[in-house]
Design a protein around this ligand. Structure first.
Ligand code: FE2
Length: 289
């Protein structure tokens, strides 16, 4: 990755925002039907920086969707209801009456799916005057920093990833209804919401290994929950060490596009008296290996 950090692009400019990961891209208006050459450079910047940010964009949900489709098919969320006139786009809205926020923990999106989303595009419609930043963590660095002994122990281990586990004994739909305004539905019967994935995955485009843990991992294959818990706790704490992270401060019109295959993220819930409205689209991914 270091070798690509100073990549010169023809169509875009990039500016790193932290040592570990993350770059702002300028010189692009995302509402346009961008030439393939520009998309190719954004892809290179994404693979190099793991999350890329665009400022001062003006996007309707359909324009955001069109940009997302340049990366592949859209991954629909099995629990959350999309916008009425654009169901592929999920409006993430938090108001002062919501007790908690959506995505307020370290995770990678829809890890409970057999083929989790490759990437997520989040567009800021209305942000608080201060607060509501998002943290990201580089899971290549998290893996690389493990000892050889730990790497050896993890190789071949799989995590059991659960999407609809009861929260404090309360089913997910009821829990969400009591704590957030966003509407949650029971997933269709044919949609799988528990999956097993390797704790160390290989990125299909870069070939690099990364740690693959997040709040959806509840126990490890072949172990009890009690045996799994300390290992998972260590990995989750380790994966979010400050030196692996970057922090993005949103403005209205900012768009973040992150690679779920090698990152985790955490939406900070620190704006109790204000409203935050974001539009999200997720791009379909492959089964991790
Ligand atoms: Fe998320």
């Amino acid at each position: 990755m270091d070798g690509m950090r100073n990549t010169q692009y023809q169509h875009i400019q990039t500016q790193r925002i932290a040592g570990a990961m993350g770059a702002e891209i300028s010189g692009v208006d995302l509402f346009q039907d961008l030439p393939d050459a520009v998309i190719d450079e954004i892809r290179a910047a994404l693979l190099d920086n793991l999350v890329v940010f665009f400022r001062d964009q003006s996007l309707t949900p359909h324009q955001q969707l069109a940009f997302a489709r340049r990366w592949g098919e859209i991954h629909l969320h099995p629990f959350m209801v999309g916008m009425p006139d654009c169901p592929e786009v999920l409006e993430i809205r938090k108001t002062p009456s919501d007790k908690r926020n959506f995505g307020g923990n370290w995770h990678t999106d829809q890890m409970f799916s057999p083929a989790p989303a490759m990437g997520t595009m989040l567009y800021a419609v209305q942000v608080p005057s201060v607060g509501g930043d998002t943290l990201f963590s580089n899971q290549y660095l998290a893996y690389d920093a493990l000892s050889d002994g730990m790497k050896k122990m993890l190789s071949g281990l799989r995590g059991v990833c659960v999407g609809d586990k009861k929260k404090g004994g309360i089913p997910r739909v009821a829990y969400n209804a009591a704590t957030i305004a966003m509407k949650t539905v029971e997933p269709p019967k044919d949609v799988q919401t528990t999956s097993m994935h390797p704790l160390v995955r290989t990125h299909p485009e870069t070939g690099r290994k990364s740690l693959y843990v997040g709040n959806h991992v509840h126990w490890l294959e072949g172990m009890t929950e009690e045996e799994s818990a300390p290992i998972i706790k260590f990995l989750r704490d380790h994966s979010a060490r400050p030196e692996f992270t970057c922090r993005f401060r949103w403005r209205n019109g900012s768009l973040a596009f992150w690679d779920n295959r090698c990152t985790q993220h955490n939406a900070i819930n620190d704006y109790p008296a204000e409203t935050r409205v974001m539009h999200r689209v997720t791009v379909r991914g492959d089964a991790p290996f």
